[in-house]
Design a protein around this ligand. Structure first.
Ligand SMILES: [Zn+2]
Length: 246
């Protein structure tokens, strides 16, 4: 029974953080899980951040007022790595928005793990450092930009519209909409100018290959271009964040 539990914890922590499963096994082996796990995980965390450049990955900033991870969760779980080119793309786009709107901080969501291997679940494609999700910008009820804030705790799943017109009944699908949770998120309208400017900046970068934005949202924002695509009905919806890939 015990090994089933430990295997489940190992799988969960590996899927969540890549090295967390190893830290758990090592902590179980020492016989002092409560003390061992945070200590071992902390060491593996440092080792990962130090050695990621050898695998061509770098961590996006956890702090900063131009571009930073949306939540400490992404840094703690080591989900904030991208390859150098993607880091440059994100930094440049965030800088462009900051130049237009000086109070703006651009928030990054899931990037990838530090080493090639597992995809970053639940995303199927975030496996090579060339994909990154970015949060929308939001305002308060009066339309004033809220610096560094999203609607949902991790920046995902607060959808702009639950219109099903695009995808009537695709199955199987990852197009979940968490309808039950939508009322729990604070009412913060999307800030269209900054969000549009971010999409335009990314679209205009020659290194970017594709951007996923839900078509009704792209229409509402007035953005279009060959790189701005609909991800299809079987993949996660993209009216809660922007997906960019090289
Ligand atoms: Zn993505």
């Amino acid at each position: 029974m015990r090994w089933i539990l430990h295997s489940a914890i190992f799988l969960f922590l590996t899927a969540l953080t890549l090295v967390g499963g190893l830290a758990w096994l090592a902590a179980v082996w020492t016989g002092r899980k409560a003390l061992g796990f945070p200590l071992i995980y902390g060491c593996l965390w440092l080792l990962t951040v130090w050695t990621a450049p050898l695998a061509g990955r770098e961590p996006l900033p956890c702090f900063g007022d131009t571009l930073r991870m949306q939540s400490p969760f992404y840094c703690v779980t080591l989900r904030h790595f991208v390859d150098q080119e993607m880091a440059q793309v994100a930094t440049r786009a965030a800088g462009a928005i900051k130049a237009q709107y000086p109070d703006t901080v651009t928030l990054a969501l899931d990037g990838g793990f530090a080493f090639t291997g597992l995809p970053l679940l639940p995303h199927l494609s975030h496996d090579d450092g060339e994909k990154l999700d970015l949060a929308f910008y939001y305002t308060d009820q009066q339309g004033v930009y809220l610096s560094g804030k999203t609607r949902s705790p991790l920046g995902y799943f607060a959808f702009e519209s639950l219109d099903t017109e695009n995808c009537p009944a695709a199955w199987p699908t990852l197009r979940w909409d968490f309808r039950w949770a939508q009322g729990l998120f604070p009412k913060r309208p999307l800030e269209p100018n900054r969000t549009r400017a971010l999409i335009v900046a990314l679209e205009g970068d020659a290194r970017v290959g594709k951007l996923f934005v839900e078509p009704p949202l792209a229409q509402r924002l007035g953005v279009s271009g060959d790189k701005i695509r609909f991800q299809g009905c079987r993949a996660a919806r993209h009216d809660d964040h922007i997906h960019v890939q090289l």
